[in-house]
Design a protein around this ligand. Structure first.
Ligand SMILES: Nc1nc2c(c(=O)[nH]1)N[C@H]1C(S)=C(S)[C@@H](COP(=O)(O)O)O[C@H]1N2
Ligand SMILES: [Mo]
Length: 312
């Protein structure tokens, strides 16, 4: 059983940043990769994120190094090369102050300040597999909040069948948005409401115990671990409850290549490459891709009765 349920979490596991770090540093004695990650992440210095609850819904697999997680990125607002986001985003993106506008088919609309959200939430660490549609993968220790309780606060109406997400639209902070002849900016994504309410759907405000780096989608991004990485939209400024399937950037560009659902599925190939295997960043041999990225036990019920080859 890879995933622990919330009820398995004892209050004693809700640790302060200080004891969280010292435990990790103690564990680092067993592996140099851990030590590198923790010290590169700032060692014992106080985190802007404050208290972090330990590992609910977490997998026990070797974590991808902080260096790879923060220097091999897809963030087309900073260019199409993997190295560009780390070079450009930290100098251009202004992640504070930052608000997320929540509106649409719900009883109350609001602008949520990201720092208020962090202050008033119990932050959790979630170590998730991350599988890009390009057939590479990582294991990333995110820090953040589950999406469902935030959405429920605004009391979606019975017309709220989908949830639409939107990235910041600002060419000064995101120069890649200038090439608007090809890409229909801003970046948009969406989920069915029951997918958005699933306990695995997560909003990350950090990784490796520190505030989210710009290149990973600061200050707040979606993480949907059973879907291809492009569903996990970065630097979110708007969340809308909507009645119809919301338009998304990749689906609008190439609907036969990037379906709305885009659940990780080794049996449905991308038209231009196989999805049967993947390259785990940092490993030499390719490994088999897992149905729903290994989260089938948790999410398969969302798709009961659907033909998973048709609804890709
Ligand atoms: N706004 C925005 N969100 C985005 C992307 C993007 O280009 N722009 N790329 C997606 C893709 S294809 C992947 S694989 C992940 C990469 O997240 P990471 O760089 O934090 O690993 O972000 C997703 N979210
Ligand atoms: Mo991706």
């Amino acid at each position: 059983m890879l995933i622990r349920h919330q009820s398995d979490l004892r209050p004693s596991e809700i640790t302060s940043r200080q004891s969280y770090l010292s435990r990790r540093q103690w564990m680092a004695g067993a592996g140099a990769a851990f030590l590198t990650a923790v010290t590169a992440g700032g060692g014992a210095k106080a985190s802007a994120l404050g208290t972090i609850a330990k590992t609910a819904y977490t997998i026990d697999e070797k974590q991808t190094s902080l260096e790879d997680v923060t220097h091999y990125n897809n963030f087309y607002e900073y260019g199409t090369d993997k190295e560009q986001p780390a070079k450009l985003a930290p100098g251009l993106l202004k992640p504070r102050p930052w608000t997320v506008r929540i509106s649409g088919e719900c009883k109350t609309t609001a602008s949520v300040d990201v720092d208020d959200l962090i202050r008033t939430s119990t932050l959790e660490e979630r170590v998730y597999r991350h599988r890009c549609v390009e057939a590479w993968s990582m294991v990333i220790p995110w820090v953040g909040v589950p999406l469902a309780p935030l959405l429920q606060r605004f009391e979606p109406t019975s017309k709220a069948k989908f949830v639409a997400f939107e990235t910041l639209s600002d060419v000064a902070q995101m120069p890649g948005e200038r090439s608007s002849l090809i890409y229909p900016w801003p970046y948009r994504e969406g989920l069915r409401i029951d997918e958005a309410m699933h306990p695995l759907a997560f909003l990350a405000v950090g990784l490796y115990g520190e505030a989210l780096p710009a290149q990973n989608g600061a200050p707040i991004r979606l993480v949907v671990p059973w879907k291809y990485g492009f569903k996990s939209i970065k630097s979110i400024v708007a969340i809308r409850f909507v009645e119809q399937v919301p338009p998304t950037l990749w689906n609008a560009l190439a609907p036969e290549e990037y379906g709305f659902y885009s659940n990780v599925n080794p049996t449905v190939d991308h038209p231009r490459w196989s999805q049967a295997k993947e390259r785990r960043i940092g490993e030499f041999l390719r490994r088999p891709t897992l149905m729903f990225n290994g989260y089938g036990e948790q999410v398969a019920g969302l798709y009961a009765g659907m033909d998973l080859k048709k609804f890709f």
